[in-house]
Design a protein around this ligand. Sequence first.
Ligand code: ZN
Length: 304
Amino acid sequence: MMQVHDSTVEFDTDLFYIDTFAHGRKRSIGILIYREGGEAVVFDSGMPDSTSKILSSLDAFGIKKTSIRHLLLSHRHIDHAGAASTLLTHFPNALVRIHPFSAKHLAEPSKIYRGGRELFGDYAAPMSPVSADLIRGVLDGEDIHVGKEAVQAIYAPGHTSDHVVYYIPSRRTLYCGDAVGAYDTTRNRVYPTCMYPSFDYEKYKSTLCRILQLDLEALVFPHFGVVSGKCANQILEGSLSAYGELEEILKESAGEDDEMKITRRLMSAFRDATEIFPESVRERAAEYMARGFLAGSKMATTSS
Ligand SMILES: [Zn+2]
């Protein structure tokens, strides 16, 4: 049976989903916590100003800040890495883990912050640097120990070149980051997350095929919610067909020279997908995704 959660909840024993109330809104950015044998790991950090919301949720669940050993980042975007530095000041025993490509950007976050401002405008609060001695790279296939269990890091490029997803084998649970899309709990649909300029369509497809090989019971989406049951693979396949719709728009636009016209056609496909953003950000988000798909699928044609 399919189960969906889209608010702060302990959705399974010692698996916690927290709505960070990003941009002052419900159901925009969520994070995952996994606790095992007196230790815990936090997956992603939310926006730079999400710290107090996350800390109060941890307290409400009785998760000790001293028990947190790793802050496992999926990728460098501000809505995932933004609060890493401030959270670490409250987690005295934790390291932050990110793909080695992006370690330097956590230590000197001006590039992440600039990218965040471009998309989110004033909703992106300043991001502080993480002390270099607290940053460790995370490698494909690496096991990160939590109590007697482990979380497996899986390199998952496509949305960005530094994207990592995290699989908890004992729970058959995957923290998806933005690797396979954004999940809409009300429509039970997955939307593309093909943000300009980092999206690479071929890499996204290889990542999705790799993830489909996993034995999955639950998918955790930072945008937004947890879905569990036998439907996990169907939801992932829904991600592929969502991109198929974008391919159709490109095919219909064959022969069209005006790139702005094609971009506008693609943008219309993102109307529902941008509902997770504040209203003033939606148009820009749709444009970033349209341009991301256009550039990211071209990358594929020129390299094949
Ligand atoms: Zn992202």
